[in-house]
Design a protein around this ligand. Sequence first.
Ligand SMILES: *Cc1c(COP(=O)(O)O)cnc(C)c1O
Length: 366
Amino acid sequence: MLKRSWVEINLDTLENNFNIYKSHLAEGQEIMAVVKADAYGHGDQQVAKRLDQMGVRNFAVSNINEAVTLRMAGAKGQIIVLGYTPVEAIPQLLSYDVTQTLLSEEFAEYFAGAFKSVEKSKKLKVQFAVDTGMNRIGLDGDDVSLCEKAIRKYYEVFDMTGLFSHLCVADTPAEKEFTDGQIAKFKAVCESVADLNLKYIHCMNTAGGFYCEPFGNMVRLGITMYGLKPDYDNVLPEGIKPALTWKSVIAQIKTVKKGESVGYGRTFIADRDMTVATIPTGYADGYSRLLSNKGVVIVGGKKAPVIGRVCMDQLMVDVTGLDAKFEDEVILMGEDYTADDLANSIGTVGYEIICAISKRVPREYV
Ligand SMILES: *Cc1c(COP(=O)(O)O)cnc(C)c1O
């Protein structure tokens, strides 16, 4: 493997995170592993293989291509596509035994129409999404009878395996009232079709599983399986750690004299003589340019601030007074300085930071 800029993924850590999270769930709550976006940048095939060995049989992805990749990697059981899929993918949904979300009545009708014209020996698996306040996808959860009618209608057309909703602010305890309202709306819809005995009823994401009264029989676990927090202010249970460490090396060490500038646009001017290290990782690797003059790199166990603009393929850090030499390994994010910490410094979330690590960065499984 090319040791320029690379990611080390510890699948034992991921497994441990999963088990710690599981130990906090109430009896009867299964986990659906959310492995969309290449398992949040961790490599969906390798993650799926490990989860399969652990006996996980429920997976969630964002599109049919991700679902097919998972099946090819050996994932068994349920794989659900949580959002829009064009009808052209119906044959793939059927042949790979993938469950499709029904986003709305209009979407259900569109799928029902297209499904009729497909040669098939079995019904398409579907789950209706219910919108309980996020205003993204789903039947309008404010109108229980409309939801009930749609669910009953398409129950006849498809193999309906469940119903789900999504919480939009469960990571913020101060918004508990809104979240409780979302769960109550979802509950009312579920009760209106209780006689259908739909197999999977779920509305909890990672944060919901942490902070909400349990409802349903499944929790969709994403971010904390990878060792990060839904929100920066959340406190994770003891033992949960980032599964991913992004490493690079020092490509050059130089002295920059007081008054000299560093990088494009001369946005950093040295206020003293300093030692600067150049790291061969840049925004084309997914290290956000917004981290210019804001990021932190761990050099010899110490924090070295990013100085100047992050370039496409390189960035510079201040290593004055640190033990740093040519080809030393550095850590761009990991246990001591997490993707959440980096995210917080530029007003985003750890999710975006890890999803952005580009395919130029090789993943090594340790
Ligand atoms: C991404 C996603 C999740 C996982 O969210 P986390 O906060 O990572 O646990 C759950 N449900 C839906 C519908 C999602 O899109």
